[in-house]
Design a protein around this ligand. Structure first.
Ligand code: AMP
Ligand code: MG
Length: 324
């Protein structure tokens, strides 16, 4: 009997020794999507985490290059190549996101428009110079933003208007975070949180429960915290990329109707299953009124939180459930 107890005790020790509690490891990258990417996961060892982190980084770099509108890369026909030549055989991810973006144009009543590239490029230059563009310079560019000038056939994207250019900024980070999360899961990483410039994807849990994601207040600090496990949390805000000129803030989300920064909201946060949808939704809702935004969010099973230009905080009913 004593021998049996001793054997049982030994195997209990062995069992504990074989599976130490997973520890939290984290990494930060600053070389993808012009923003900071943070990755945290619970793993059994540093070596295991490093394998995941390397696979993740490679995947994000690959996707960054595909959606880059500023630089071209050897052996790759990317968004910059497409904007330059207006037609060509594209990687499957560029095809997939372009098709999805054309759908989002309709879903958002034209507010989310990837064909707005030439207008957005002028606003981009203005952010660098610190001086807002003149309406007389914006208006001629707006003549070259027709989504119907984009066509996709097989793996070929063609742009009919030689002055039209594409900008994937509203969707690419969320799409890439989704793809990267799929890759992490496929190699066995189950409990992690990934934030590509604030486009957060959470999978699994941390010890003790769901992941807690802080949502920034447009004026700094944390507005609220949400608990998620297999969801994406994405915020579009006027505080993320902006400049000030003569006391006025000019931020990076442009209303295609006014050609000026959308001014209904300071920020919009969306929670839903897909990070690609959450990214598109947050930009679309940022440009839409509350009623239209609520309908669109509901169609995607998404919850949303708006901070109005007056500082009022509005939530969909289900959003509160994530804050408890
Ligand atoms: P996000 O931070 O996801 O809301 O996306 C903002 C980015 O999307 C900007 O930096 C632009 O590159 C791009 N963008 C701005 N306004 C629009 C718009 N109305 N439609 C499509 N893309 C836009
Ligand atoms: Mg977006």
């Amino acid at each position: 009997m004593r021998r049996l107890l001793a054997a049982m005790a030994a195997s209990a020790v062995l069992l504990c020794g074989c599976s130490p509690a997973p520890k939290k490891y984290s990494a930060v990258y600053t070389d993808v999507f012009d923003t900071a990417t943070e990755f945290a996961a619970y793993c059994d060892s540093r070596e295991e985490f490093d394998l995941y982190a390397e696979a993740l980084h490679d995947e994000l770099l690959r996707l960054h290059k595909i959606f880059d509108i500023y630089d071209e890369y050897d052996g790759l026909f990317n968004a910059a190549s497409l904007n330059k030549t207006k037609s060509g055989g594209c990687p499957s991810e560029l095809i997939e996101l372009t098709k999805s973006a054309v759908d989002w144009y309709d879903l958002s009543g034209g507010k989310l428009n990837i064909a707005l590239g030439s207008v957005l490029s002028l606003w981009h230059d203005s952010r660098e110079s610190g001086i807002p563009p003149a309406m007389e310079d914006l208006k001629p560019l707006a003549e070259h933003c027709d989504i119907d000038d984009i066509s996709v056939e097989g793996d070929i994207i063609s742009i009919k208007d030689p002055q039209l250019s594409l900008d994937f900024g509203a969707l690419a980070k969320g799409y890439a975070a989704e793809k990267a999360a799929e890759l992490l899961e496929s190699v066995g990483c189950a409990d992690f949180v990934l934030s590509v410039g604030g486009n957060v994807v959470a999978r699994g849990e941390k010890p003790g429960g769901s992941w807690e994601i802080g949502i920034s207040s447009p004026d700094g600090g944390i507005l609220t915290t949400v608990k998620v496990s297999d969801e994406a949390v994405v915020t579009s805000g006027d505080y993320q990329r902006y400049f000030e000129y003569e006391g006025v803030r000019y931020h990076h989300i442009i209303d295609p109707q006014t050609l000026m920064p959308a001014n209904l909201w300071r920020s919009v946060t969306v929670i839903c299953k897909s990070s690609a949808d959450a990214d598109a939704l947050s930009t679309a809702l940022f440009c839409l009124d509350e009623q239209s935004g609520r309908i669109l969010a509901e169609n995607f099973g998404a919850e949303a939180l708006w901070v109005s230009s007056k500082g009022e905080v509005i939530r969909t009913e289900g959003f509160e459930d994530y804050e408890k």
